[in-house]
Design a protein around this ligand. Structure first.
Ligand code: SAM
Length: 212
């Protein structure tokens, strides 16, 4: 997928106190980075950060980390923060494949929001719910595993239900139309999500757990 190129992306990342520059150096010490022992929630592929920034504002007793591969996307997320001081938010510009070098068993929840569906079979391994990713997650979850996924892509949703259940996750919540769900599932929508809803497309949602 192609994104708007931010010309000064590197400088924006470098100048921001939200961006952790050498994330590998903080493996097993993210509680020190945040200065507390609160739970740590990680979003993979945070894009422009809409979801993770609002989550951090809404839940100050949880530490949030947004990880994103693309520098321009990360810089756009950082630019949104301006002069704010959100103590429970950090950002990392890195490949999700690298999470085992960045985190020890420190993560409580992983969010996968509107991840790329990679519809071609040849790209299956790039899907964040491919078994190879689920194996990486095993190595960063603190104890119990907890994944929250939202997508407008039915194929990715069906695929994720299959891979997660084959990997012994159980589903705490599933919604085939999050925005019309009578249960009023707590949600922070992104711009893309709201556009989908406006266009009459359902948002698929799942919350999966594996408790030790
Ligand atoms: C479709 S966007 C969704 C962004 C955001 N989660 C949202 O809901 O608006 C998917 C994002 O995942 C990022 N991404 C894809 N593969 C990645 C990887 N292996 N590691 C980190 N980020 C990745 C892309 O660069 C892109 O910004």
């Amino acid at each position: 997928m192609e994104y708007n190129v931010v010309r000064d992306a590197k400088k924006i990342l470098n100048d921001s106190s939200y961006v952790v520059k050498n994330p590998n150096q903080n493996k097993n010490r993210w509680n020190k980075v945040f200065g507390n022992n609160n739970p740590i929630h990680l979003e993979l592929g945070m894009g422009r950060g809409e979801f993770i920034i609002e989550m951090a504002k809404k839940y100050p007793k949880i530490n949030f980390i947004g990880l994103e591969l693309n520098e321009s996307q990360t810089a756009t997320a950082v630019s949104k923060l301006g002069n704010t001081h959100i103590n429970n938010l950090k950002m990392i510009c890195a490949d999700a494949l690298d999470i085992i070098n960045i985190f020890g068993r420190e993560i409580d929840t992983i969010y996968l929001t509107f991840s790329e569906p990679w519809p071609k079979p040849i790209d299956e391994r790039k899907r964040f719910t491919h078994e190879s990713f689920l194996k990486l997650y095993d190595r960063v979850f603190k104890k119990n595993k907890h994944i929250i996924l939202k997508t407008d892509n039915k194929g990715l949703f069906q695929y994720s239900l299959e891979t997660l259940s084959s990997y012994w996750y159980t589903f705490k919540k599933i919604s085939l139309d999050l925005h019309n769900d009578e249960r009023n599932i707590s949600n922070i929508p992104t711009d893309w999500e709201l556009k989908c809803v406006k266009d009459g497309k359902p948002i698929y949602y799942l919350e999966a757990r594996f408790d030790e």
